[in-house]
Ligand binder design. Sequence first.
Ligand SMILES: Cc1cc2nc3c(=O)[nH]c(=O)nc-3n(C[C@H](O)[C@H](O)[C@H](O)COP(=O)(O)OP(=O)(O)OC[C@H]3O[C@@H](n4cnc5c(N)ncnc54)[C@H](O)[C@@H]3O)c2cc1C
Length: 452
Amino acid sequence: MQHPVIIIGAGPIGLAAAANAAERGMDFVVLEAGPDAGSTVGEWAHVRLFSSWFELIDPAARRLLEAAGTWPAPESDAYPTGREWRTAYLQPLADLLHATAGGSVRYDSRVVGVGRAGRDLMVDSGRENDPFAVHVEGPQGRERLLGSAVVDASGTWTRPNPLGADGYPALGETENAARITYGIPDFRDPVVAARYAGKHVAVAGKGASAQGVLVGLARLAREDAATRVSWLLRRPSVGDAFGGGDNDQLEQRGKLGQDARAAATSGLVTNVTQFRTQSVTAQDDGRLSITSGTGQQISDVDEVIVVTGFRPDFGFLSEVRLDLDPALGATRVLADQIHPDHHSCGDVAPHGYRELAQPEQGLYLVGMKSYGRAPSFLAMTGYEQVRSVMAALDGDLEAAGRVELVLPETGVCNGAGAFDEADAAALSSAGGGCCGPAAAEPQLITLGRVSE
Ligand SMILES: Cc1cc2nc3c(=O)[nH]c(=O)nc-3n(C[C@H](O)[C@H](O)[C@H](O)COP(=O)(O)OP(=O)(O)OC[C@H]3O[C@@H](n4cnc5c(N)ncnc54)[C@H](O)[C@@H]3O)c2cc1C
C-alpha cells in the first residue's frame, strides 16, 4: 500500500486495529486526541469493569505483547478498573506499536476532518482511487495526512448526551455548567466527595453507570445525613428502570444492580419519574431549579450529575459518504440487533468488514462508535470487528470473512459502575454481568461464521 492505514483513536479498539495491522506488516498511523493511550478510559479510571482481563485484551495485541517478552500479563480472571486497563495493557501496547516498523502512535493529534484527497463529498469521479486526506490538529498546528484507508475508532465518550430531554442542552444548561457534571464522579476521591457530601444532588439517567452514581451517592448520604439525592427518570416508574418484566435479565445483575435498587428504594434517594428536563435556572442563592416539560420543579439543587448516555461525533466525517441508522447513528445493519429496546447482552450476530463497510470505500467505523447511541458495546466485539476489517484492508478476504466472535458463556454487559473490591467480588460471583448464570471459568465458543 502506498499510504498507511490511518486509525483514529488510541483507545482499546483503535490500538487493537493497529495490533492487527502490525501483525500483518501493514503501515499504520494511530492519531489520538489525548496525551496518552486510552485517554477517555482514563476519565472513568476509578470504575471497575464488568469484564475480566480475559475479555479485555485483544488476541493480536496479546500475541505482540507476549512476543516482546517484557509484558507482565494480568491475571485473566481478575476484573480491572479503567485505570488498570490503561496502565497494564493499553499504554504498554501503544508503546510497543509505536516502536514497530511501519507504525506510529501520535498523541495530542485530534482529527478534525476526513475526506478524499482533492474530492469533496459531491465529487463522484475516481473517488475510490484517491487516498483519504485526514486533517489533524496537533501541537504543530494543522496537518494533512494521506491514508489508504481510515478506521475510525474514536468512540463516543467525548460527546455525552445533554440533560435536556429534547436531545439539545436544556434552556440554561450551558449557562449553569459549573454545577453540572457529565460522567461518573469518583466519590472515593476526598475532593470529589467534598463537592457532593451534604448537598442536594440531582442525577439524570437510568443505565448502569447512572446506577453506579446512585450507589456512590447513597454511600455518601449514609456518611453525611444532610446529603439529598433526587433521581430524575424519564420513565414512569423506578422498578422499570431496573428491568422490564419477569424475563428481564437486569434482575440478575450482580451487586451493583441490587445496591442501586436498594439505594433507590431506601429513602436516601428521592425518585422523580416521568421527568423530562426542559430548563435549568439559577436561584437567588446560586443553587439550581430544574423544570420538566410538564412544569414539575426540582428546587435547591446544588449539583447535577448527567449520565444519560453518549453519541458519536460525525462532525469530522462530513466530507465522506456514510450510511447510518437514522435513530441510533449506528452502522445501519447492526442497528436492529443493538437497539436498547430489544437488545440483550451478547446476542449480536458475528459481524466484520462487510457489515461495517460504508459507502465511502476504505472507511470503517468500529468500536463504540459503530454502535452509535446504543449502550451495549463490548470490547470483545470491537476486537473481532477490527480483526476482520484489517484483514480485508490487507486483501485477505478469507480471514476477513471468517468471523470468530468469541464470548464468555455468560455474556458481559457494558455499563459498569462498580467502585471497589467488594463490588468486583460480587460481580465475579454474579457471573460478571447481566446475561445469565455464572460460568466457573470463561469459556470460548465460536458463535458463527459470515457466509462467503
Ligand atoms: C464506564 C464504562 C464501563 C465500561 N465497561 C465495560 C466492560 O466492563 N466491558 C466491556 O467490554 N466494555 C465496557 N465498556 C464499553 C467499551 O468497551 C469501552 O467504552 C471502550 O473504551 C470502547 O473503546 P473504543 O476504543 O471504541 O473507544 P474509546 O475507549 O472511547 O477510545 C476512543 C479514543 O479516540 C480518541 N478520540 C476521540 N475523538 C478523536 C479525534 N477526533 N481525533 C483523535 N482521537 C480521538 C479518544 O481520546 C479516545 O482515546 C465500558 C464503557 C464505559 C463508559
